[in-house]
Design a binder for this molecule. Structure first.
Ligand code: NDP
Ligand SMILES: O=C(O)C1=N[C@H](C(=O)O)C[C@H](O)C1
Length: 269
């Protein structure tokens, strides 16, 4: 049975991962927190609020990393890169859900994937990964005349904007229309901005309360509009996807894999 490790066990996603791993009776071999944390030694299930699981939280270090075959990381870009180095040194596979990466940070994941197998995805839900296909189909049919806008909403604690998922939806649409997202993306509008250039892809961000994660791709033409929407109502959905990826990734060759591959969906354009 694949043994699984969780970095950032105290995060919102860390706790969801522990809960779902327990529900699914997976082999959770390690769960770590920052070194020096007061949580070290506490039972991981008690931290997550799902009851004792008999696994004490450990400090993140090489020795802890040796305890599991596949590590899951939903922390933040900088700690994730430190964890990536540990996994490369110990030749451990990694599932990475962290968003808000710079191009240079993403390049570090690409480089590490020459040595270890990695799944990186900004959204581990089945629905969003299907939505990427639906958005490409809509773009091919409507994208040359319709105005395309991507709207996302998340909880007040989220640090990055637009969300990683919104960026992935925008990139998928741009690819299927042969547009360069860096040239056509518009992030927010203010003042006398003039009429909308048709080729642009707009992004709008909402932040508030405890919204788990909503995404809409809007194709607005004259006389009709199409909206493709996904709403997550539980973080456990993302955790289920990440754990599915962890089981799928064990014994794979080094490489950078996608959730499309994990879920057996066709390759995106
Ligand atoms: N791909 C997907 O499906 C999804 C991706 N995400 C992404 O996952 C990431 C985490 O989200 P979320 O769980 O809400 O965030 P949280 O803020 O709840 O958790 C972040 C975790 O990272 C740890 N951390 C932060 N900074 C450091 C540091 N400098 N050193 C060590 N540990 C650190 C925190 O530790 P501590 O508790 O000690 O502060 C915490 O455990 C985000 O990038 C988010 O966008 C989220 C949901 C789904
Ligand atoms: O920070 C979050 O919470 C989420 N982040 C991911 C993103 O940036 O797309 C995925 C999900 O929507 C929740």
């Amino acid at each position: 049975m694949t043994s699984i490790g969780i970095f950032g066990a105290n995060g919102r996603m860390g706790r969801a991962l522990i809960t779902v791993a327990k529900e699914q009776q997976l082999s959770l071999a390690a769960a770590t927190v920052r070194s020096g944390s007061d949580l070290i030694g506490i039972d991981a299930g008690e931290l997550a609020g799902c009851g004792k699981i008999g696994l004490a939280l450990a400090a993140t270090c090489a020795k802890a990393v040796q305890q599991a075959d596949v590590w899951i990381d939903f922390t933040m870009p900088e700690p994730m890169l430190a964890h990536l180095k540990l996994c490369v040194a110990e030749r451990k596979a990694m599932i990475i859900g962290v968003t808000g990466l710079t191009d240079a940070q993403y390049a570090e994941i690409q480089a590490a994937s020459k040595v270890i197998p990695i799944v990186w995805a900004p959204n581990m839900s089945v629905g969003v990964n299907l939505m990427l296909h639906l958005a490409q189909t809509a773009a091919k049919v409507m994208g040359n005349t319709a105005d395309i806008e991507i709207i996302e909403a998340h909880h007040r604690f989220k640090k990055d904007s637009p969300s990683g998922t919104a960026m992935a939806i925008g990139a998928s649409i741009a690819r299927s229309l042969n547009r360069d997202l860096t040239e056509v993306a518009v992030y927010g509008r203010e003042g006398m901005i003039g009429e909308r250039p048709q080729q642009t892809i707009g992004f709008a961000t909402v932040r508030g309360g405890d919204i788990i994660g909503d995404h809409t791709a809007l194709f607005a033409d004259i006389g009709e509009r199409l909206e493709i929407s996904h709403k997550a109502s539980s973080r456990n959905t993302f955790a289920q996807g990440a754990l599915r990826a962890a089981l799928w990734l064990q014994n794979k060759q080094p490489g950078l894999y996608t959730m499309q591959q994990v879920l057996g969906l066709p390759k995106l354009d």
